[in-house]
Write a protein that binds this ligand. Structure first.
Ligand code: NAD
Length: 468
C-alpha cells in the first residue's frame, strides 16, 4: 500500500483524514492520500506566496538550472513513478502506457527548461526606447485530470516555474498518488514552498473550486472536462485570474478516398485508442469516404483484434481497464445505444470489472450519441460519407474543437483540407501526436489558451512595457 503524504513549505502536514485510491485493474486499494480541506489549501497557498518573491528574483539561468534538475529527477525516478501511475490509473507499463508517459514527462520538462522569453525591444530610435518584458504572475493553481497524472502535472508545473511563478497543484481524487510522489521528488531539488501538491476526495471540500476563487492565486491552469472548466472560468472572474483551460474534445478523423487502408490502420487505431481512448486529443469519430469505407473497416478490425488487454502491471498488456466506474458506465451506455443502430465490427460488450474491449462501430452518423458526445473510452464511431465536403461539414459540426486529422496520400490536398477544419491542431496521416515545441489548445468549447512552446510559456506571465 502506498501511504502518501504532502509537505507545505518543507514541513510534513499531518492530515488525519485519508481517502483510498482504487487500482482499476483489480478493484483493490492502490494506496491512500491525505484528504485535505480548505485550511490546508490556505496553508499551501500561503507557503507558495511566501516562496514567490525569492523564486521570482532568481536569475533566468538559475531557474533554468532548477528545471533541468527537476527533469533529471523525473528521469531517475521514472520506473517508480510509472508503476504508481499504472497502479492508480490502470494503463499498462508497456505500449503507450505509463513508461511512455514518464518518457513524455521528462521530454516536456527538459524542453521547457531550455525555453526562454527574452526581453523584446519594440522601438529604439530618437523618439525613445520601448521594451516588452514578461513578469511572473505569482501563485499558479494547477488542477489536473486522471488520464495522464504525471505528464499533465509536468505540463502545468514546469512552464510556471520556468517563468518565475510558484505552484499549488491539485490532482484528480482518482489518481493522486503519482502526482504526490512526483512533487515530493521535485522538492528534493527546489526551494521550499515553490511547488506544493494538495489532495482531496472532492467531497470533504471541493479544493479545485476553492482554488478558482482563492484571492491569492493569480492563475489557474486546468485540464479536465468542459463543465468544470466553465465553472472555473465563471468563478475566476471575481479575482481576474489568468486562465489556461484545456478541456474536452470530440476529435474527428477524415479519411480521403486515395488512402491505402492497410498502411493507415495502425495509425488510425492508436490515434483513437491511445490510453484506451481516455485522451483529450484522441480520435473519437472517424469519417470515411465510401470508396474505401469497407476496406478501412476491415484493416482496422484486423489490427485491433490483436491488441492484448489486461492488468497494467502485466508486462504483456498493451491496453488496460477503463479508469473509473462513472466513465465505464458512460461508455457502456453510449456503446449499447450505438450497437442498437449501427454495426458492431469489434468488441461492443463490457468485459470483467472495468475492462472494456476495443470497440469499433460502423453505420453511425452525426446525431447519434456515440458520434456527438465525448465517449472518453475505447470505442470508435465510424461514419460512411459520400464526399469530402460531407466529411468536412460533419467533422466541423461540433461544439468542440481540440484536434482533428486528415488521412490521404496527397499531402498538399490534405493540408488544404486541414486548414478548413475548426480545431486547434490538425495532423496528417496521424492523430494526437502532440510535441513540446508546438502550441496545443482547443478552439470553441474545447478551451482557452495554449500549452507548450513559447506561446504556452508566455501564458504564465503578464506583459510589462517600459517606455524610456
Ligand atoms: P473533471 O473536470 O471531472 O476533473 C478535473 C479536475 O477538476 C479534477 O482534479 C477535479 O477534482 C477538479 N474539479 C472538480 N470539480 C471542480 C470545480 N468545481 N472547480 C475546479 N476544479 C474541480 O475531468 P476528468 O474527468 O478528471 O478528466 C476527463 C476530462 O478531461 C475529459 O473531458 C477530457 O477530454 C479532459 N482532458 C482534456 C485535456 C486537454 O488537454 N484538453 C487533457 C486531458 C483530459
Amino acid at each position: 500500500m502506498n501511504e502518501m503524504n504532502f509537505t507545505v513549505g518543507g514541513a510534513p502536514v499531518d492530515v488525519a483524514d485519508r481517502f483510498t485510491v482504487i487500482n482499476p485493474s483489480t478493484g483493490d486499494a492502490a494506496g491512500t492520500a491525505p484528504n485535505a480541506g480548505l485550511e490546508e489549501l490556505d496553508r499551501a497557498v500561503a507557503a507558495a506566496a511566501a516562496a514567490f518573491p525569492e523564486w521570482a528574483a532568481k536569475s533566468d539561468a538559475e531557474r533554468q538550472e532548477a528545471c533541468r534538475a527537476v527533469t533529471a529527477k523525473l528521469q531517475e525516478n521514472a520506473e517508480e513513478l510509472a508503476r504508481l501511475i499504472t497502479l492508480e490509473q490502470g494503463k499498462p507499463l508497456n505500449g503507450l502506457g505509463s513508461r511512455w508517459e514518464m518518457g513524455g514527462a521528462a521530454a516536456w520538462a527538459g524542453y521547457t527548461a531550455e525555453l526562454s522569453l527574452p526581453e523584446k525591444v519594440l522601438q529604439d530610435n530618437d523618439e525613445g526606447r520601448v521594451t516588452l518584458r514578461r513578469k511572473p504572475l505569482g501563485v499558479v493553481g494547477s488542477i489536473t485530470p486522471w488520464n495522464f497524472p504525471v505528464m499533465i502535472a509536468v505540463w502545468h508545473i514546469l512552464p510556471a516555474l520556468r517563468t518565475g511563478n510558484t505552484v499549488v497543484i491539485k490532482p484528480s481524487p482518482l489518481t493522486p498518488l503519482a502526482t504526490l510522489r512526483a512533487v515530493e521528488i521535485m522538492n528534493e531539488v527546489l526551494p521550499k514552498g515553490v511547488v506544493t501538491c494538495i489532495t482531496s476526495d472532492d467531497r470533504k471540500a471541493n479544493i479545485g473550486a476553492a482554488m478558482a476563487a482563492h484571492p491569492k492565486i493569480r492563475k489557474i491552469v486546468f485540464t479536465g472536462s468542459c463543465g468544470t472548466g466553465q465553472k472555473i472560468m465563471a468563478t475566476a472572474s471575481d479575482t481576474m485570474k489568468r486562465l489556461t483551460l484545456e478541456m474536452g474534445g470530440n476529435d474527428a478523423g477524415i479519411v480521403l478516398p486515395d488512402v491505402d487502408p492497410e498502411a493507415i490502420a495502425e495509425g488510425l487505431f492508436w490515434g483513437a485508442f491511445i490510453n484506451n481512448g481516455q485522451t483529450c486529443a484522441a480520435m473519437k469519430r472517424l469519417y470515411v469516404h465510401a470508396d474505401v469505407h469497407d476496406a478501412v473497416c476491415e484493416a482496422l478490425v484486423a489490427f485491433a483484434s490483436n491488441i492484448p488487454v489486461g492488468d497494467g502491471l502485466d508486462e504483456t498488456s498493451i491496453l488496460g481497464p477503463v479508469q473509473n466506474e462513472a466513465q465505464f458506465d458512460k461508455l457502456s451506455t453510449l456503446v449499447s445505444r450505438a450497437a442498437a443502430k449501427g454495426k458492431v465490427l469489434l468488441g461492443g460488450k463490457p468485459g470483467e470489472g472495468l475492462f472494456f474491449p476495443p470497440t469499433l462501430i460502423a453505420g453511425l452518423d452525426n446525431g447519434d450519441a456515440l458520434v456527438d458526445e465525448e465517449q472518453f473510452g475505447p470505442a470508435l464511431a465510424i461514419i460512411r460519407c459520400e464526399s469530402v465536403e460531407e466529411m468536412l461539414e460533419k467533422a466541423n459540426a461540433s461544439p468542440y474543437g481540440l484536434g482533428g486529422s486528415v488521412w490521404s496520400s496527397d499531402i498538399s490536398a490534405a493540408r488544404e483540407l486541414a486548414a478548413r477544419m475548426d480545431c486547434g491542431s490538425v495532423w496528417i496521416n496521424k492523430h494526437g501526436a502532440i510535441q513540446p515545441n508546438a502550441p496545443f489548445g482547443g478552439v470553441k468549447s474545447s478551451g482557452l489558451g495554449v500549452e507548450f512552446g513559447e506561446e504556452g510559456l508566455a501564458e504564465y506571465t503578464d506583459i510589462q512595457v517600459i517606455f524610456s
